[in-house]
Write a protein that binds this ligand. Structure first.
Ligand code: FAD
Length: 361
């Protein structure tokens, strides 16, 4: 099989790039698993929060929300809905947040309790509100990327683990399951396996470390307001938000782990339930389901996006950490423009901040 661009990995990164690239070039996506988005992309909290993350992430999130809003508007059912983010803290913690995030609004104690009546009043003084934060239907967004890519001519292979690669005159010959694929450009969108895939191509790894994080959906004795905000403390040591009639909760742990099919540590969920019961009046009555995924990033916490200077034709789209959903549309567009050599001048600084050649990586 012959491709111009071979994308390794069929999570949200690989499929969004296929969507952005397929109208311009011949794209093949190779996914190791039998189902797409089997790993981290199906295990997120489904949030797009413009106030979350460093400056480059905030910029990509703003852009992505605008793009996903357009995508949502063109679909039969909307896939994007407001989910304001309320960060609880002391007056000093909230003041610090407001000083660094222009989109946040200060909310006093009484107003915070009006917005989120289930918070125990003695655990905070005031709050910062990101009223621009959104919740996105991730399976539908991924299906949008996949279907549009295929409609534009992309080939998406599942059960096709990339196991070996050979450099050729014009690029690479790659064995992916039963397929042999030649491609001028190879994109590493392999999530937790990104450094291992790089090594397969003789590319220097970038210190991309998977970190475990869990989420549980729980039932409560008191009714949950389905349109209530997402709530977290200023130290980001947990978060919760409505999930229909249930509550989605996370201990926000970040524990280095091996690449693989991440499994829930039950003790983490038990401790989390205890914590959420201590900060809300909802009363958790049972666990509906829980899952764990891997947030993979390098030491500086920014994605790694761009051509590798050491191995011509090898392109990185990895290291999205906890931001891979909220940045997918804009990051895929940026990556596609880098690959096709059409990066607009105003994006040069953003591309440099994410470059695999940046200092310290
Ligand atoms: C609990 C949790 C909550 C999160 N919440 C949010 C959130 O609210 N908002 C947000 O923006 N982000 C969130 N994230 C982060 C987000 O989910 C990730 O950044 C994103 O899913 C990463 O996508 P990916 O495509 O890079 O990785 P993946 O989805 O893991 O895809 C990589 C794919 O590459 C494949 N692969 C690996 N090696 C090979 C090979 N050799 N050959 C072929 N295929 C291969 C794998 O099988 C996998 O399917 C959360 C993450 C977790 C764990």
């Amino acid at each position: 099989m012959d491709a111009q661009v071979l994308v390794i990995g069929g999570g949200i990164a690989g499929l969004s790039l296929a969507w952005a690239l397929a109208p311009h070039t011949r794209v093949v996506v190779a996914e190791a698993e039998e189902t797409l988005a089997h790993h981290t992309s199906s295990r997120s909290a489904r949030q797009m929060q413009p106030s979350y993350g460093p400056a480059a992430i905030q910029e990509l999130t703003h852009r992505s929300i605008a793009m996903v809003r357009d995508i949502s508007g063109a679909l039969a059912a909307p896939i994007l809905a407001p989910r304001p983010l309320l960060t609880l803290g002391t007056a000093a913690e909230v003041a610090r947040l407001l000083a660094t995030h222009s989109q946040l609004q200060r909310v006093d104690h009484a107003e915070t309790l009006r917005l989120s009546p289930d918070v125990r009043p003695d655990i905070f003084q005031e709050a910062a509100l990101d009223g621009t934060a959104m919740e996105v239907d991730v399976p539908s967004l991924i299906e949008f990327y996949r279907s549009r890519a295929v409609a534009a001519g992309a080939v998406v292979l599942t059960g096709a683990p990339v196991a070996s690669a050979t450099a050729t005159d014009g690029g690479f010959e790659v064995v992916a399951g039963e397929h042999v694929i030649t491609a001028a450009t190879v994109v590493n969108a392999a999530g937790a396996w990104a450094d291992a895939v790089a090594a397969m191509f003789g590319v220097r790894p970038r210190g991309l470390v998977p970190h475990r994080r869990s989420v549980a959906i729980v039932s409560t004795r008191e009714p949950v307001n389905p349109s209530g905000p997402m709530v977290e403390p200023a130290d980001e040591s947990y978060y919760y938000r409505p999930d229909g009639e249930h509550l989605l909760i996370s201990p926000c742990e970040s524990v280095p782990a091996e690449a693989g099919d991440a499994q829930v540590v039950q003790a983490d969920i038990a401790q989390l339930i205890h914590r959420i019961d201590a900060v809300t009046t909802l009363g958790i009555s049972g666990v509906v389901r829980s899952w764990t995924g891997l947030r993979t990033h390098p030491a500086d916490g920014l994605p790694v996006v761009g051509f590798d200077a050491g191995v011509p034709g090898f392109f990185w789209l990895a290291g999205q950490g906890g931001y891979g959903i909220q940045t997918s549309a804009a990051l895929a567009t940026l990556a596609a423009r880098l690959i096709t050599g059409q990066l607009p001048g105003e994006d040069a600084e953003l591309a440099a901040a994410l470059s695999p050649q940046r200092p310290g990586l």
